[in-house]
Design a protein around this ligand. Structure first.
Ligand SMILES: [Mg+2]
Length: 96
């Protein structure tokens, strides 16, 4: 790959890093729910796992919005992808 392809820098790079971090935090909360349950509050927590997952999904949603605001991708493309996912999920969900 030629080294002339511009890589993200500045704000775009920073937002992508935080977007990636929030994806990981959502994964961590999902894992906790699968391991310990949604309505369990861990000894080191003040809120149940379900609320902590909601908080991380909120963080992620905000980062998606910030990426839209800087033009990294469009809200329309996100909406289209979400509708396509709904259609696919409806076809393949085993317990839906
Ligand atoms: Mg977070």
């Amino acid at each position: 790959m030629p080294d002339t392809i511009p890589l993200p820098e500045g704000l775009e790079r920073e937002l992508l890093i935080v977007l990636m971090e929030e994806c990981a935090e959502v994964q961590q909360q999902v894992s906790k729910i699968l391991r310990f349950g949604a309505h369990v509050t861990g000894t080191d927590q003040v809120r149940p796992n379900s609320e902590l997952l909601a908080a991380e999904v909120g963080d992620l949603t905000h980062m998606i919005q910030r990426c839209i605001e800087i033009g990294l991708f469009s809200a329309k493309d996100v909406e289209t992808a979400a509708e396509e996912k709904r259609t696919k999920l409806n076809r393949y969900l085993r317990f839906g």
